[in-house]
Design a protein around this ligand. Structure first.
Ligand SMILES: C[S@@+](CC[C@H](N)C(=O)[O-])C[C@H]1O[C@@H](n2cnc3c(N)ncnc32)[C@H](O)[C@@H]1O
Length: 322
């Protein structure tokens, strides 16, 4: 796996201060947690791409197959001259299926918090789609208030694949959808990729791969804190932990302290007990009723849902509701 190590140091000051205050607050709270968006520095984004290739991680190949089969219908629903706005675009791999099916697209606006990765992805897209206007926006999609002004007249079609909605709690997911609904306007729509509830073992395996790439992804957060926040985490003294909580319908991911230890972060000392867990990520799983309720809470109605034969994953066309 090729990780862009050379570019790791280019991090903006505002991004770093946001990271520092979130980490210090998260480690000082009773239920220790660090928001999942900080998992995606350049190395984290590359590790996520590697996770997508894992045999246990059925999500990416299943969603890709669904999108491959539905892209022309999606293009028809979108109509000509619209703008595709992707939230949490990562490497924009799945987006290419839609870009290929939508030659009349006015522009593609990938939004991601991982700035360097976004810039590299946009450069690759401009090379591969020379006629397409690609306008990346580096932002937190939970706090984004407007889209680039040039798209004002065009219909806006949102794209939120990858089960990224599952990383949000139901309350956050509703807040995100309401924001997306405002950004996409009354004639807009959102194409949403959602991981479905299923056999617990299958879910467990997807987040505990044999090659340990998901563990590297979680522990990369410690590495990032060491590099950007002058932290002293010993990566060998923490472990990745992921399990399915069937009551809450979510995968829970933590890093766990393997022994009693004290770590310094930006000059502040934090003691960790042996076995103590620090939460990093949820991945909520939905059923049909859950998706419909979520869509309605955000001001959308489901116009169409596509799934795979095993019903592992769903892609839904959410139409902005009146
Ligand atoms: C699960 S990955 C999905 C990537 C891609 N859409 C896919 O389906 O393969 C989540 C992506 O969302 C981005 N992301 C996470 N939280 C974000 C936030 N609050 N604002 C903007 N981007 C965010 C990450 O950097 C990452 O690229």
């Amino acid at each position: 796996m090729n990780l862009p190590i050379a570019s790791l140091e280019r991090v903006g000051t505002a991004d770093r201060e946001d990271f520092r205050s979130a980490v210090l607050a998260g480690l000082a709270s009773a239920a220790r947690a660090i928001p999942a968006r900080f998992l995606y520095d350049a190395r984290g984004s590359a590790l996520f791409d590697a996770i997508c290739e894992l045999p246990e991680y059925y999500l990416t190949r299943t969603e890709t197959a669904i999108l491959g089969g539905s892209a022309s219908e999606i293009a028809q629903r979108a109509g000509p001259g619209c703008v595709l706005v992707e939230f949490g675009s990562g490497s924009s791999v799945k987006s290419r299926l839609l870009l290929d099916a939508m030659p009349d697209l006015d522009a593609y606006v990938p939004i991601d918090i991982s700035r360097e990765h976004l810039d590299e992805t946009a450069a690759r897209l401009r090379r591969d789609y020379p006629k397409l206007r690609v306008e990346p926006v580096s932002a937190d999609y939970m706090a984004l208030d407007s889209l680039p002004a040039f798209i004002n007249g065009a219909r806006r079609i949102g794209f939120f694949p990858g089960s990224t909605i599952g990383n949000l709690t139901p309350e956050e997911a509703t807040a995100f959808l309401r924001r997306a609904r405002r950004l996409l306007r009354d004639d807009g729509a959102l194409i949403l990729g959602v991981d479905l509830k299923k056999n617990s073992q299958r879910l467990h395996d997807a987040y505990n791969d044999a090659a340990g790439v998901t563990a590297q992804f979680t522990l990369n957060l410690l590495r990032r804190m060491n590099r950007e926040l002058d932290a002293t985490f010993d990566l060998a003294a923490f472990a990745h932990e992921a399990f399915y909580n069937s009551i809450e319908g979510r995968i829970e991911i933590y890093f766990r302290s393997l022994r009693p230890q004290t770590v310094t972060v930006s000059g502040r000392r934090f003691a960790f007990a042996a076995g103590e867990r620090i939460h990093t990520e949820y991945s909520y799983k939905y059923d049909d009723d859950g998706i419909a309720a979520l869509a309605a809470s955000g001001g959308f109605a489901i116009a169409k849902t596509w799934t795979d034969p095993e019903r592992l994953f769903a892609v839904a066309w959410l139409q902005a509701a009146a």
